[in-house]
Design a protein. Sequence first.
Length: 402
Amino acid sequence: MTHTAVTAPAPLTGLRVLDLATLFAGPLAATMLGDFGAEVIKVEHPRRPDPSRGHGPSKNGIGLWWKLLGRNKRTMTLDLSTNGGRTTLLRLAASADVIIENFRPGTLEKWDLGWEELSAANPRLVLARVTGFGQFGPYAHRPGFGTLAEAMSGFAAITGEPDAPPTLPPFGLADSIAGLATAYAVMTALAARDRTGRGQVVDMAIIEPILTVLGPQPLWYDQLGHVQPRTGNRSQNNAPRNTYRTADGSWVAVSTSAQSVAERVMRLVGRPDLTAEPWFTTGAERARHTDVLDEAVGSWIAEHTREEVIAEFEKAEAAVAPIQDVRDVMTDPQYAALDTVTTVDDPELGPLRMQNVLFRLTETPGGIRWAGRPHGADTDTVLAELGLTEAEITTLRAEGAL
């Protein structure tokens, strides 16, 4: 399905966001806001663009990741360490609602652009500070990346096979979770501003949101001394839950979080006798008998093609999904029906297929207005809108501020 322009006013229309962040967590938060109508101005260093422009594969020398991460953003350059860059940012801040940054703690203060100066320029401003470890504490000044959060949070410790090393995700998991959390935090701070009239600082540590989504591990340890081990694709909370190979060499995933689904699966695979076992009545007890359940389910699936497995599970109202790579995702009929991967026309690369906005709103939907723009493409336009004359812009450029 080809992306079409959104005609209804988006819910964040009128909100102005300055994206000073680089790489993933902070910029992703700004992308989420831009997707739902916020005016996002991406501010990059004149000579050191956001490194995400060069991450991953490129086409015609243009980074494709940036086309996704930079969508719905106007781009300008500004060296905040220069006098002209500092004064220009304060002028931008005066008319902004949100600034998102991910410099190490103390960096903005070093440039006299800390919360004191920014809030003086605009008392209604929300400043979202996204760092690896937060604004204070013994690790605050360390360089922080999502990989460190995935390691520190307990995620890597529980990921992988029991007799294999801890496993890190092959994508920016912690950064992405922190980006979504930052967008939520910003909207929370803006809701508070509606009541108080004043902005505030959002302190987002990338090590924290991933710990939240890991579930009750701290509670389990606190109350029971329980440390969750690595269990591969199995679960300690229910069974059967695993990936299974089909007769045609494909893979499917089965989940039985609900007792009724577990019973349906066992009837489907020809082992209704197992549902009568005393241990079958709870997910945790079933998990202690995973070997026998995996053998029953796995042997049945191994005798059927993927198409047959999906059809029979659907008929039995049991939960199954194919293990898909990106090629499958691009042709999956459910994703197609939802327009999850939509097409955006780009002046540099032509039609681009990328993930659509994160959710659908019936009355005020979001949308993708454009993909990531070239470095500094809108600098002069944004500064002219700010009231700077051509002479002032020329002076800033001569100073190296642009």
